[in-house]
Write a protein that binds this ligand. Sequence first.
Ligand SMILES: [Zn+2]
Ligand SMILES: [Zn+2]
Length: 262
Amino acid sequence: MKMKQKRKNKSIWTLTLGISLVLMAFIACSSDDGDTTETETGGEVSGELHAAFAEFDTNETDIYLEGSNVVIETTGNPNHTTPYWGVGNALYVAPTIATNMTPSLIPGYDGAATLTVSSDPQLASSSTATSLGAIGISVSGAAIFNDQEGNGALDQAVVSLDYSGGHIGPAEYHYHLEPKAWSDDDDKLIGILSDGFFIYGRKCNSTGTYPTDLDASGGHASITQHTDETEYHYHIINEIYSTTGRYIVFVGPYKGTPNAIN
Ligand SMILES: [Zn+2]
Ligand SMILES: [Zn+2]
């Protein structure tokens, strides 16, 4: 009696499954016959790298889409001259304003890192403070740091920064100040921060001059040289750092959600 009941249940279940499969097949065929669905349209949009990524040095970085994310792999090395390459290296230049260099050299460090961000980053409901270590990857391949060194202000380390606002110590080569190797009081792309938003030089391409509507993070929404659509991006804030006569790249806080750079 019990066995019979079980068998009966099983055959009902089999019948139900059969009808479901037929229905699913029917629905699948119907949508195939239809026009482009929303999902397909969305896939096309996220299937293209943002034009700004073309500015990144392809010798130092490898940038590609992975689903709805963008993966940025970098050697961590700057593609330009600095005394931190060390005497004898093709990209070595004698220090000019770095009066007290740290003893470390770029060839001695493995600064390779990977950052994965959304291909369509969104502003977060609340801001996030930056922390020590890399907060972004620049178009040169080298890391972007904030205005802190160790757990203190940058003041003591300023004497070790090269002409491009970068140094080593005690991590990979990285910028704290406006990277004059390729951006000096202009609207050039500096790089991408870990929340997926791009950061530009002190001027904005949308007006050709210093933006006047920046938020506390140095960000605003406008067109750029890389998009006709209004989109959020950061700028190097036009505030001289300390007595250096130079400009901090980014202090924060992040307006999006930061991702790990490692
Ligand atoms: Zn530093
Ligand atoms: Zn702008």
